[in-house]
Design a protein around this ligand. Structure first.
Ligand SMILES: *Cc1c(COP(=O)(O)O)cnc(C)c1O
Length: 376
């Protein structure tokens, strides 16, 4: 098999962008680092022209398939700065695996995991100074694959572009680690059985925008989706999986194809099990949640995802009625999970599950163009 080469084209020092001075006001998703990774796919070459070069616009035909039919998938993960200066990636293998699962569902070509890992490493080597140093801030990494063939007949593309951009981020919600208000969505659906619910693809998010705007107008942070078939079972929140603590048990919807298999969800379940907290992955009706609230056993509700880590829910709105959870305050289990997760991610707590990939950037000379041959 032909070896893939990775071209590294560092941006000259004089052309690099100023880094944000104030790490407390980074927000989410507006600032991007100096470099990006890209690679192209076509038959019979497969993935080729892999390079790390200057972050900048992508040129493509207005007829490119992605712009019309949304053949695209993406991922989201973070790089965290440890106290000694090392950079930690949190379970990047899970993101690469999910990226390939998503690609398969959208009829797009899979990527060699080694190529994606090499891309992460090369980007972090060049842009390591973009990884924030303050607690709570991190470097968000966004891998994306798009269909580039110029053809507006409906079919799968014969050419693709894969790129990775990165940028420093702070808290995902303006509330920070404070309870959010969530509205149970009754009018719109996110994903149906056999659809795209378990895939990180643009269509799911496009389908959610109007519901989220309407919820925001009424003062809610996000919506909680119910299953599309019955409007009965809870599924997930915009970009987070959701968990409910009812009595002693933590209940979260199962991975049945309509919700996203979150890396954070998986990590939270492993942590809970290691603490002997009973966890149930099962269908949970909104009626059961409301009953638990009435019975006083709805102890905690929280979302989890890479962007927000853990987001306690202080208020649920269903059928026009507000249900306060824990008097709108963060519960002890949400707090413990948050502390444990960020403790591991920033390298302050033992990495008991071997979740971290540790990088020590700044070792290589990052100013001269080079070509690397990868073992794939
Ligand atoms: C990304 C995402 C999540 C969370 O996944 P993580 O891997 O934990 O970041 C949950 N739900 C949806 C819809 C998502 O897009």
């Amino acid at each position: 098999m032909a070896k893939t080469t990775l071209k590294i084209e560092p941006v000259p020092a004089a052309e690099r962008k100023p880094k944000p001075q104030d790490e407390t006001s980074l927000g989410f998703g507006r600032i991007y680092s100096d470099h990006m990774f890209s690679a192209e796919w076509s038959e019979p070459k497969g993935w080729h022209n892999a390079r790390v070069s200057k972050y900048g616009p992508i040129a493509m035909a207005p007829a490119a398939l992605v712009l019309h039919y949304g053949q695209t998938v993406f991922e989201g993960l973070k790089a965290y700065r440890a106290a000694g200066g090392d950079i930690n990636l949190f379970r990047p293998d899970k993101n690469i695996e999910r990226l390939n699962n998503s690609a398969r569902r959208l009829d797009m070509p899979p990527l060699e995991p080694e190529l994606v890992s090499a891309a992460f490493e090369a980007l972090l080597e060049l842009d390591h100074e973009w990884v924030p140093r303050s607690q709570g801030a991190s470097l968000y990494i966004r891998p994306t694959m798009i269909a580039t063939e110029p053809y507006i007949g409906l079919k799968s593309s014969s050419t693709f572009l894969f790129f990775i951009i990165t940028g420093p981020v702070g808290a995902y919600y303006p509330e920070g680690f404070n309870p959010v208000r969530i509205r149970v969505e009754e009018r719109y659906s996110r994903a149906g059985p056999g659809g795209l619910g378990s895939v990180k693809t643009a269509a799911n998010y496009a389908a959610s925008l109007l519901a989220e705007k309407e919820a925001k107008k009424k003062g809610f942070t996000q919506v909680l989706w119910l299953d599309a078939a019955h409007r009965k079972y809870v599924e997930e929140v915009g970009s987070m999986n959701i968990l409910f603590k009812i009595g002693e048990r933590v209940i979260t919807p199962p991975l049945g194809g309509t919700i996203l298999p979150g890396v954070t969800r998986d990590s939270v379940i492993q942590l809970l099990k290691s603490w002997d907290v009973p966890v149930e992955e099962r269908q949970l009706s909104i009626a059961e949640v409301i009953e638990a609230h009435a019975a006083g056993t709805l102890e905690e509700v929280f979302g989890c995802g890479t962007a927000a880590v853990i987001a306690p829910v202080g208020m649920l709105d269903y059928q026009g009625q507000g249900y306060q959870v824990r008097e709108g305050k963060t519960g002890p289990l949400a707090q413990r999970l948050f502390d444990e997760l960020i403790g591991i991610q920033y390298g302050r707590l033992p990495d008991r599950f071997r979740w971290l990939v540790r990088l020590q950037p700044g070792q290589k000379n990052a100013s001269t163009p080079t070509v690397r041959t990868l073992a794939v």
